[in-house]
Design a protein around this ligand. Sequence first.
Ligand code: GDP
Length: 135
Amino acid sequence: MQRTLLIIKPDAVKKKVIGKIISMVEKEFAIRGICMKTLTPEEAKKFYKVHEGKDFYEGLVEFMSSSPSVGVLLEGENAIYRLREIVGATDPKKAKPGTIRSLFGTNIRFNAVHASDSPEAAKYEIPFYFPNWDA
Ligand code: GDP
C-alpha cells in the first residue's frame, strides 16, 4: 500500500468543487484523512521550495497561502502514479478529458489540485496537512 497527498487548491475550494473532486478519488482510493487549512506564506514557500527561483514561484506561494485549501490523504496500490493519472497534466488545457484538472482547472497556476509526484515528495508533503502521518 502506498500513501499520497492530494491538495484541493484555493481556486477549486472557491469554485465549490471539493465534493466533486473527493467523489472522484474516493472511488479509487481509501481516504485516510481530510484537512482544510490556509497555508502560511512560510509553509507555502517550504512546500514548493523545489521551484524557488523560477518565475512563477512568488505567485504560486501567494496563491497557495491566499485562502483555504483541502489536504486529502489517500492510500492504495500504486497510489502516487494512479492519482497523477486521475489529476492530469499541469496545464489544464493539456490535461486529458475527464481528468480533475481538465474538468476543474482554469490555467497553469489555477489548476485545481496538487498530487505528490514521488514517494520522497509524499513523505515531505503529507505532514504539511497531517503532522501525525508518514508516507
Ligand atoms: P505539478 O506537479 O503538475 O503540480 O507541477 P509542478 O510541480 O511542475 O509545478 C507546481 C505548481 O506550480 C503547478 O501545479 C502550478 O500550479 C505551478 N506552475 C508550474 N508551472 C507553472 C508555470 O509555468 N506558470 C505558472 N504560473 N505556474 C506554474
